[in-house]
Write a protein that binds this ligand. Structure first.
Ligand code: SAH
Length: 395
């Protein structure tokens, strides 16, 4: 790891960086800093944003802060007669070739390298965005760190895939460790990576992974935390902060594939999960079943709408676990938390600034933050995950 002094100078940054493309890629804003320096910056940021609400505890970091990403996404293209894959330069559609990455899973990068070679030998066309022509657009690889299962998603611009069978066979010959291969068809001209239609061309079409002693099914379009080592620590803390005794009605809002709710269900009376993504809800239902958790129900709905109608029907919840996207939640959701008479809220956030904004709103409706714990889920980047315990003031 670069041991450079904290410095804003670009030259210094480039010199200290251990990645050839980090300047162009833009994904690892802190790669040029030592892990200790990254930590200090993140701690300072949390203190600045959250310190006025509650005590900010020291961030929990990783023992080995490299190659932690279990999900790797590569855009495919063609440049000067060669097949390339990598990332779009931040804010542009310039494809930066990436063959090795300091934070991505090594096996996933290896598989993507193999696919580059196979695309060439099978004479497949990579998709050209400007001309709307070609077949292969993206490759997504997801690996269950605990189970070793690997899913490869081939995103194509049309459903016709010449020599698909032989292509899949050649890939499996080189990487027999792949457990499923999915073809996803994305004809649209948007920045969305995955399209609506997909089918498994090998295996079950999803992988499983384990977290906190539970087993989870993950399909290609469902959200799953990209750093399972740290996620396990974060979820344990979240469940501990919820302080469940077996008597509580718990709401798991923005529940994804049901991870947090299922892990907490053994200590709760009843859990209600709400999530917008249909595939994730389907995974969540299956996950409850395969973990023999019967006191949990999932609803495919907008979290705010769901909470608001719960409140309108006079229903109550004791604890709200919430884990919204980086954009955070909204005042309506927070008012509904009050209306369902929740005593405790455990807020997991990957956006400390939207978290601070939402804590302000919680304050307005009679809640106060009791403590914030940072978890470094994204070493080498500027991002940090936080869990905050929030309590109703009159409890
Ligand atoms: N708690 C889960 C997922 C967190 S990511 C986990 O830890 O794995 C945030 C989730 O919120 C995603 O699954 C996303 O699909 C979902 N989401 C986004 N907007 C939503 C909304 N308005 N209502 C409900 N869920 C939403």
């Amino acid at each position: 790891m670069g041991k450079g002094k904290e410095s804003g100078k670009k030259n210094q940054k480039r010199k200290n960086s251990i990645c050839m493309v980090s300047e162009l890629c833009g994904g690892c804003q802190y790669l040029h800093l030592s892990y200790e320096e990254q930590f200090k910056l993140k701690q300072k940021q949390l203190q600045k944003l959250l310190g006025r609400f509650c005590k900010v505890y020291p961030i929990t970091g990783m023992e080995n802060p490299f190659h932690y990403r279990n999900k790797v996404h590569a855009v495919f293209g063609y440049e000067k007669g060669r097949v390339i894959s990598g990332v779009y330069q931040e804010g542009t559609h310039n494809l930066i070739p990436v063959e090795q990455c300091m934070i991505e899973d090594k096996k996933a990068d290896e598989i993507i390298g193999t696919i580059r070679g196979l695309v060439k030998s099978f004479k497949l066309k990579t998709y050209d965005e400007d001309r709307g022509y070609g077949l292969l657009r993206h490759v997504l690889v997801r690996r269950g760190f605990a189970t070793g299962e690997i899913m490869v998603v081939l995103v194509t611009a049309s459903s016709e895939f010449p020599s698909k069978k032989n292509f899949v066979k050649a890939l499996l010959d080189i990487h027999p460790e792949i457990t499923t291969i999915v073809q996803n068809v994305n004809r649209r001209d948007t920045s969305m990576v995955l399209g609506d239609r997909e089918n498994a061309v090998y295996g079950r079409g999803y992988i499983e992974d384990e977290l906190c002693g539970c087993r989870f099914t993950i399909s290609s379009r469902s959200f799953y935390q990209i750093n399972p080592v740290q996620t396990e620590r974060l979820y344990r803390k979240a469940v501990e902060l919820a302080g469940l005794t077996g008597r509580e009605i718990v709401l798991d809002a923005y529940c994804g594939i049901g991870t947090i709710g299922i892990i907490g269900a053994k200590k709760a009376k009843q859990v209600i999960g709400v999530e917008l993504n249909r595939d994730a809800v389907r995974d969540a239902v299956r996950n409850a079943g395969q973990n023999s958790v019967s006191n949990i129900r999932f609803y495919c709905k907008d979290a705010t709408e769901f909470m608001t109608s719960m409140a309108a029907e006079g229903k109550q919840a004791d604890v709200v676990l919430m884990d919204p996207p980086r954009t955070g939640t909204n005042p309506e959701f927070i008012r509904a938390v009050r209306a369902v008479k929740a005593k405790k809220v455990v807020y997991i956030s990957c956006g400390p600034d939207t978290l601070a904004r939402d804590l302000e709103e919680f304050g307005r409706v009679g809640y106060e933050a009791k403590g914030a714990w940072g978890y470094d889920l994204f070493p080498a980047t500027r991002h940090v995950e936080t869990v905050v315990l929030i309590q109703r003031k009159d409890t």
